[in-house]
Design a protein. Sequence first.
Lengths: 109, 112
Amino acid sequence: GQNIDQPTEMTATEGAIVQINCTYQTSGFNGLFWYQQHAGEAPTFLSYNVLDGLEEKGRFSSFLSRSKGYSYLLLKELQMKDSASYLCAVVTNDYKLSFGAGTTVTVRA
Amino acid sequence: DGGITQSPKYLFRKEGQNVTLSCEQNLNHDAMYWYRQDPGQGLRLIYYSQIVNDFQKGDIAEGYSVSREKKESFPLTVTSAQKNPTAFYLCASSGEDTDTQYFGPGTRLTVL
C-alpha cells in the first residue's frame, strides 16, 4: 500500500511562515502535488514537483527530495485566508494519485 | 466558463436506496475520477476513467458503480451495498498532457 504522512494540524500567526512536511513511501513515484482545500470546498491545485529542488510561486514554495521521499510546502506572509487544509498527493507508478490525510493550518491574528 | 460541476451540493437518502451523483466537465479532459473524503482521512479513489466507454476500479470500488458514455459526464451510483455511504464525494478530471487533476465542488451525501 501507499504511505503518505503529514502532520494533522499546525497553527501560526498572521504574517508568519509555516512549513508543512510530507514524507512518502509509495509504489513508484512520478511527481508530487500540493493542493489547498477550504472546509467543504474542492481542493485547488497549488504546486507540482517532479524533480528535486525548490519551486517558488508567489508566497507559496514547494520542495522535493526524491532520494529522501520528502517534500514540504512553505507558506510565507501568512494571511487569514490561508487557513485551510493542505493535501500532499503522490503520483504512483500507475499514474494515480495517492493522498495524505491533509494538514489543517489555522492562522491566528 | 470551463470547469467541473457536481450536483447537488447536499444530498440526503434513506438507507437501502441507490443514489446517483452527477459530474460534468467542459474542459475537454479525457480522464475523470471519483474520490471519497472522510474526516481525518485522505481522498480515496473509487473509480476512474481514462477514456469514453472505459473505466477501472480504484481502491474502494465496492458498493459503487459508474458509467462513461460521454466524454463530459461520469456519474457515480452509490448502491445499497455500500456499507458506509455518508461522505463527501469529489469528482476530478485531467487532460492528456498533464497529471494535474482539477476538482469539482463536491457532493455531501448523508444517508439517514
